[in-house]
Design a binder for this molecule. Structure first.
Ligand code: CTP
Ligand code: MG
Length: 379
């Protein structure tokens, strides 16, 4: 048995106010959530993408795992036709899924495949539980909600039936089941998952953000850095953007702010975005003596662009000298300002190394940091 899935991402997102399929949600663009869910499903053999024409090349680069990436049409029906034409002739079931729904569950996909095999056409749905009213000019009337369901995607079909349905269809269908109904098929509605929501308006993405924050949606990153004291009398010690006049400075390409570097790495690590060396190579003259605030600010931006927000950071500095705690309020305020988070989400402790090892002998300063991040709107 062969199952092909088509993820429809060619819409223009008029009601959302932009290309919602590419909106960032917890480190992944929206389209990738359902693309990954379908690819990970043990019964789905291939997943293709239907995307806006101008974005085909970019999607091909971003999704080498896609069975095909093709340009969509004027409306959803046209995009489905194009997607369907690109599915292999020999597949038994075709699943049509809106990229705008990031959370189809494995069980929902399973139920749709089973029902499509049984009945030729199937969709996940939920029985309407709210009271339903028809609001018209001549008054408001209660609609009998008995038997009313809201319908989600993926919708599943035996391929030959879907081909026939779309060959027979004139104009556009409101959904794919409607095309099958029009040729006399009686589709099956199976239970969907309640969190299989569709992103239509910006507020829907806020809800998706909260759903993504449960379970693996929260991430932690660890950062570490160590710098040797410099023999250059002109270098000033800088920790967390605070200058310690009179203390010997640290050696390094930039301002050698080990604390800021550790926090930057913790953030990049939490979001799997590489490390400080990847983004700011010390061979690049732009970063010579650069204030490390630039690195932290850029890491904050990179996270935001990927759909993450910083929940908290915590820092453990290891130094025999100078005393850091008297300046800790300034350091915390700096980090909070650069990252745009409240100061109470920034922790800072300092300890000596009990004269043990290189740090204990006062040869340098080391710093550990952890960062916790969670999904944010991210634009
Ligand atoms: N879709 C598509 N091709 C189109 C129109 C829509 O592939 N020509 C896809 C969308 O990308 C989306 C799904 O169909 O994943 C459901 O459509 P909808 O939620 O209406 O998205 P948009 O059409 O992008 O939004 P709007 O109607 O607000 O413009
Ligand atoms: Mg639309």
């Amino acid at each position: 048995m062969k199952v092909a899935a088509v993820v429809l991402a060619a819409g223009s997102g008029t009601r959302f106010g932009g290309d919602k399929a590419r909106a960032a949600l917890a480190g992944r663009p929206l389209w990738r959530w359902s693309f990954d869910a379908l690819r990970a499903h043990p019964r789905v053999d291939l997943v293709g993408l239907v995307v806006p024409g101008p974005a085909v090349a970019e999607y091909r680069e971003e999704a080498p795992q896609a069975a095909f990436v093709v340009a969509g049409g004027q409306d959803r029906t046209a995009s489905v036709r194009i997607g369907l034409a690109n599915t292999p002739d020999d597949c038994d079931v075709v699943l049509l899924h809106d990229a705008a729904r990031p959370f189809p569950s494995e069980a929902t996909i399973d139920r749709v495949i089973d029902a499509a095999l049984r009945s030729g056409a199937a969709a996940p749905g939920l029985p309407v539980t709210d009271t339903v009213k028809r609001v018209a000019e001549d008054g408001v009337r209660t609609v009998d909600r008995d038997g009313l369901w809201t319908v989600q995607t993926p919708q599943g079909f035996r391929r030959e039936l879907l081909v026939l349905a779309y060959e027979s269809l004139r104009g556009s269908a409101t959904d794919d089941l409607a095309a099958a109904e029009a040729i006399g098929c009686v589709p099956e509605i199976v239970p969907g998952n309640p969190d299989n929501l569709k992103i239509t308006h910006p507020a829907d993405l806020e809800l998706a953000r909260r759903l993504a924050a449960s379970g693996p949606g929260i991430r932690t990153g660890l950062g570490y850095d160590i710098h040797r004291f410099s023999s250059d009398p002109d270098r000033c010690l800088v920790l967390g953007g605070v200058r310690f006049e009179g203390s010997p400075g640290l050696d390094g390409h930039s301002d050698a702010d080990a604390l800021m570097h550790a926090v930057t790495d913790a953030l990049l690590g939490a979001a799997s975005l590489g490390d400080i060396g990847v983004h700011f190579p010390n061979t690049d003259p732009r970063w010579r003596n650069a204030p490390s605030e630039v690195f932290l600010a850029r890491a904050g931006e990179l996270l935001k662009e990927s759909g993450w927000s910083v929940w908290n950071i915590d820092v453990a500095l290891v130094a025999e000298r100078p005393k850091v705690v008297p300046r800790s309020a300034e350091i915390r305020a700096n980090l909070a300002r650069i990252l745009g988070i409240p100061e109470d989400r920034v922790g800072l402790k300092a300890t000596t190394n009990e004269r043990l090892g290189a740090i204990g002998r006062g040869e340098g300063i080391a710093c550990f940091a952890v960062a916790t991040i969670g999904p944010c709107h991210g634009g």
